[in-house]
Design a protein around this ligand. Sequence first.
Ligand code: ADE
Length: 427
Amino acid sequence: MKVNILTLFPDAYVPMGESIMGRAQKKEIASVNVVNIRSYAEDPHFADDIVYGGGAGMVMKVEPIMAALKANGWQKGAKVIVTTPAGRPFHQREAERLTGEEELFIIAGHYEGIDQRVVDLTGAEEFSIGDYVLTGGELPSMVITDSVVRLLDGVLGDSASLEQESFNEGLLEYPQYTRPRVFEGEAVPDVLFCGNHKVIEAWRREQSLRRTSLNRPDLLKKVPLSDEERQLYAEERAAAVERVDVYIALVHYPVLDPKGNVIATSVTNLDIHDIARLSRTYNVKGYYIVQPGEEQKELTKQLLNYWTSGHGSKINPDRREALSLVSVVDTLDDVVSRIEEIQGEAPLKVATTAKIRRDIVSYEELKEIMIRENHSCLLVFGTGYGLTDELMEEMNYVLKPIVGRGDYNHLSVRSAVSIILDRLLGE
Ligand code: ADE
C-alpha cells in the first residue's frame, strides 16, 4: 500500500519512520510519501487564504491541494481522506476497510480547514479521530496511517496478536502481565499460572467484560452476551455506582423567588425528615441544610437534637438513624469543606434544575461519570424557585430537569430528591 500524506508541515512526520511503521516500510509492505502542499502553491507563503463570507482564521486553498494530488498520481476514483474535527468518527472498522485500498491520499487539514471543493472534487471521506480539537491534521493523518498499515499482511510478526486485540469481538482487551511475578507487593493473578488454557480463557473473557462495562459501556450494547455475562455486567456497574459516596445539600440561601430576586427561604420540618429518611434509604453519606439565618439555624438544631439525642431518639430509633445524617451549615462552600475533610477530596458538584439548560447531563450520563471518576458526588438542591445563576456556574454538572406528563412544573424539593435518588441509586 502507498500512503500519500499531503501537509503544510512535512517535518512533523518523523514518527512514521519508527517501530512497526518503519518496519512495514523496510519490508516494502507499505510506503509513506509525505508531500509538502506549499511546493504546489504559486507562492509557498500562500497555501491558505481568508474565509469567504467572513469569520476568523484561514482556509487551505483548493489549487495547491489539487495540484499536489495530481502531481503525486491521484486520479478520479482514488481514495482521498481529509482529517477534520468535523468528520465522521474514525473507528477500527474504517481502518479494516481501508486495508483494501492499494493507495491512499490523506490530506491533513489545518487552520479553519480546507476549501470544501477539494472534498467535492475528489469524493474524499472526512474523518475525525476523536471529540477534541488538535492544532492540525498531522497527528490524525499519522493515526489513520498507523491504524491501517499495521493491519496489512506481514506487518505484525504474530498474527495471533491481531486476532485478540482490543475491539476484536467488540470487547476491550483483558489486562496483560509479564515478569516479574510480584512488583512492589502487586502480584500477577494466580489464574495465569494454572496451566489450564480453558480456565485462563474464561478469566480473560470475564476481565474483558468488566473492563468494557466500566470504560466503554456503549460497546457492550453491540456485543452478543450470554445471560450469565449480562448478569455479571449489571452487577459490576451496580457495585461501581455503590462505591461512590453521595451527599445532599439543600440550599435555603442564596435561592431565587418567582421574580428572580435572591432570597432566603425558611427551613421546613417535612424537608428535614423526608430527605433524611430518603438519604438513609439510599445510603447517602450526609445531608447538609444550607441555612445561614441564626434563628432558622437554632430552630433546626433544636429539632435535630430532639430526634438524635432527646426524647424522640428513644421513642423512634429509626428516625434517630436517619436524622443523624443531617447537619446545618452556613454556605455551600462549608458543605464542600466538610466533605473534603471526610473524603480527602472535593466532591463533584451536581445540581438539578427545573429550567432547561444547554449543558445538562442525563441520569445515565451522570452514572457513567460517577463510575468513571469514582469520585464522591454532592447533589445540590435549591428551595424556593431554584439556585442562583452564580451557584449554578459553580457546578461540575447539571442534571436534566424532571419532566412529568404536562406543563405543570412545581414539584416539592423532597419529591425531586426522591425521584433523582431513585434514578441514580435505585435498583
Ligand atoms: N484536526 C484537528 N482536530 C482533529 C481531530 N480530532 N480529528 C481529525 N482532524 C483533526
